[in-house]
Design a protein around this ligand. Structure first.
Ligand code: ZN
Length: 498
C-alpha cells in the first residue's frame, strides 16, 4: 500500500469514527435520553460534526485524494474504486464555496422555521417565500455543479449518483401510463375486509414476534439490537453495531410487523457491507435508492407475499388466537395487501405510493427548470392529487406542507423512494431466476438462500459501483419499470381475479 493511500485510509477511518460517535449519540437521543439532555446533546453532536467537516475539507486530504486519483492505475481494483468514489464526492463539494454553503444553510434554517409555522397555521403562503429562496439556491447549486442535460440531474447526484432525468423519465412514464389505470382497476374491485387487523394486540407478544421475524431473516443480534422510538429507523454506529427501532401499536399489529421487516432489510444491508474497508466508500451503501431496495424487497416481495405467511400465519394465529383463529390465510393475505388512495405519502400502499413520488418529481423538476413558480405550487399539487389519486386535498397540512424535505432544502431526494421499489422488483425477479426453490423455501420459513444471494450480489460491493452499474451487473439490464409492472400485475391480478 502506498504512503498516500495509507494516509487517505487513516483519515477516512478517523472520519468514520467521528460519524459513528455522532450516530451513537443520535440513537441515544432518539431512544433513551432524558429530556433535559437535549440542549447539551445538540451541542455535542454539532461539535463532532464540525470536527468531521474540518477533517473532510482538510487541504492535505483533498490534495491526497487528487493525487491518488491521478495515479489510480497503480492501485488495486478495490483501492481504485474507493479513490474514484471519494474523488467524485470531493469534486462535487469543491464546486460549492464557503459563501454558497453558508447562504444555503441559513436559507434552510429559515425554511424549516417557516415550514413549522406554516404547518401549525395550515397555510402554505407562510412557507412560500422561504421556499422560493431555497429553490433559487438549488438552481444556483445545479449551475455550480454542472450537468449535461437537465439541471435536476445535478441535484439527483447528491442522493443517487449516476441517476439522471433521462433514466427516470421512462420509469415514471410507466407509473403514469400503466400504474394509473391499473390502480384504478384495483380500486374498482371489491375491497377486502381488514377489520380484524385492528383490535387488541398485546405489546409484549408483538415485540417478541418482531424479534423472531428479525432473527429468522438473518439479522445479527450480536451486531445490533432493536428498541422503540417515535418513528422507526435504522442506524449504523459501526460495522459491528447496526441498530433498528420499531413502533408497537397495541391496537394494530401491522405497524410493528412491517417496520421490523422494512428496517430489518436496511439493517441486513448495513451488516453485510465489507467491514475490512471500514470508513472507505466500499464499506458504505451504494445509494439511497439501493438502500431502499433492500428494505422494500423484504417488506413487500417477501413480507407481503402469500408464501411468507404460509409459514408465519399459523405462528401469528397461535400468538393471537382470539383475534385470528377464525380468519383464513387467504383472508389475511388479502387484508394485508389492501390498497386505498390517500393524501399522505408515508401511509400509502405499495401501488399508490408511487403517485405520491411521481407528483413530487414532476413538481420539483418544474421548479428547478423554471417552468413552475413556487406561487403556483399549491394549486399544482392539489390538481395532481385529483388527477393521479382521485382525492381532493382538504388543506395544506395534508397537502403541499406534509413533507419536511423541501424545508430542509432536499430537492432530488423523493425519486429515491420509488427507485427503491423498482430496484427491489428487478432484483427480486432476478433472485427468483437464480435461486432454485426460492419460493418453496420461503413457504417453509427459510429465507437464508435469499440473504446469501443479496450478500453476494448487492451487499458485498458497498459503493464500489454506482447504482445504475450495480443494477446492470446484477440483472444484466438497466433499471426499468417492467419488473415492477409484472410483479404488481401478477400479485394484484391474482388477488382480485383479473
Ligand atoms: Zn426505508
Amino acid at each position: 500500500m502506498s504512503k498516500a493511500y495509507s494516509y487517505y485510509q487513516d483519515q477516512l477511518r478517523t472520519l468514520a469514527d467521528l460519524e459513528g460517535a455522532i450516530a451513537g449519540l443520535s440513537w441515544d437521543k432518539e431512544v433513551i435520553m432524558p429530556s433535559k439532555g437535549h440542549p447539551y446533546r445538540s451541542r455535542q453532536i454539532a461539535t463532532l460534526a464540525g470536527m468531521a467537516h474540518e477533517l473532510k475539507t482538510d487541504p492535505k486530504l483533498v490534495a491526497t485524494i487528487d493525487e491518488l486519483y491521478q495515479q489510480r492505475a497503480d492501485l488495486s481494483e478495490a483501492e481504485a474504486a474507493n479513490v474514484l468514489r471519494s474523488w467524485e464526492d470531493q469534486r462535487r463539494s469543491l464546486k460549492l464555496d464557503k459563501d454558497f454553503v453558508m447562504r444555503q444553510s441559513q436559507a434552510i434554517s429559515q425554511g424549516y422555521e417557516a415550514w413549522l409555522k406554516a404547518r401549525e397555521q395550515n397555510d402554505f403562503s407562510l412557507f412560500e417565500p422561504a421556499l422560493a429562496t431555497l429553490v433559487a439556491l438549488k438552481r444556483e447549486e445545479a449551475e455550480r455543479i454542472g450537468y449535461e442535460e437537465h439541471p435536476y440531474d445535478a441535484l439527483l447526484e447528491e442522493y443517487e449518483p449516476g441517476m439522471t432525468c433521462a433514466q427516470l423519465d421512462p420509469i415514471f412514464a410507466g407509473v403514469r401510463e400503466h400504474l394509473t389505470p391499473f390502480a384504478a382497476k384495483v380500486r374498482a374491485a371489491e375491497s377486502p375486509d381488514d377489520g380484524f387487523l385492528v383490535g387488541s394486540f398485546d405489546w409484549q407478544k408483538q415485540w417478541d414476534f418482531g424479534l423472531q421475524l428479525l432473527r429468522e431473516m438473518g439479522y445479527d443480534f450480536e451486531a445490533g439490537r432493536q428498541d422503540t422510538s417515535p418513528h422507526p429507523f435504522t442506524i449504523n454506529i459501526s460495522p459491528g453495531d447496526v441498530r433498528v427501532t420499531t413502533v408497537v401499536d397495541t391496537q394494530d399489529f401491522q405497524t410493528m410487523t412491517w417496520s421490523c421487516l422494512h428496517e430489518g432489510g436496511h439493517a441486513l444491508y448495513e451488516q453485510g457491507l465489507p467491514a475490512d474497508d471500514y470508513g472507505l466508500p466500499r464499506s458504505r451503501a451504494a445509494s439511497l435508492g439501493i438502500h431502499e431496495s433492500q428494505s422494500r424487497l423484504w417488506e413487500n416481495h417477501v413480507g407481503r407475499s402469500r408464501d411468507y405467511w404460509q409459514y408465519y400465519y399459523p405462528v401469528l394465529q397461535s400468538i393471537f388466537p382470539d383475534q385470528l383463529q377464525d380468519i383464513s390465510l387467504d383472508a389475511f393475505y388479502r387484508a394485508i395487501n389492501k390498497v386505498q388512495p390517500g393524501l399522505i405519502r408515508t401511509q400509502a400502499d405499495e401501488l399508490h405510493y408511487h403517485f405520491h413520488v411521481l407528483i413530487r418529481y414532476e413538481l420539483e423538476k418544474g421548479l428547478v427548470e423554471g417552468s413552475l413558480n413556487t406561487s403556483e405550487l399549491k394549486e399544482a399539487w392539489n390538481e395532481a392529487y385529483e388527477r393521479y389519486l382521485g382525492v381532493e386535498v382538504p388543506d395544506d397540512r395534508q397537502g403541499v406542507l406534509q413533507d419536511i424535505h423541501w424545508a430542509h432544502g432536499s430537492i432530488g431526494y423523493f425519486p429515491t423512494y420509488s427507485l427503491g421499489s423498482f430496484y427491489a422488483a428487478q432484483f427480486y425477479a432476478q433472485a427468483q431466476q437464480e435461486i432454485p426453490d426460492l419460493q418453496e423455501n420461503i413457504r417453509k420459513g427459510d429465507s437464508s438462500a435469499l440473504l446469501s444471494w443479496l450478500r453476494k450480489k448487492v451487499h458485498q460491493h458497498g459503493r464500489q459501483y454506482l447504482a445504475p452499474e450495480l443494477c446492470r451487473r446484477i440483472t444484466g439490464e438497466p433499471l426499468s419499470y417492467e419488473p415492477f409492472r409484472e410483479y404488481v400485475e401478477r400479485k394484484y391480478g391474482t388477488l382480485y381475479g383479473f
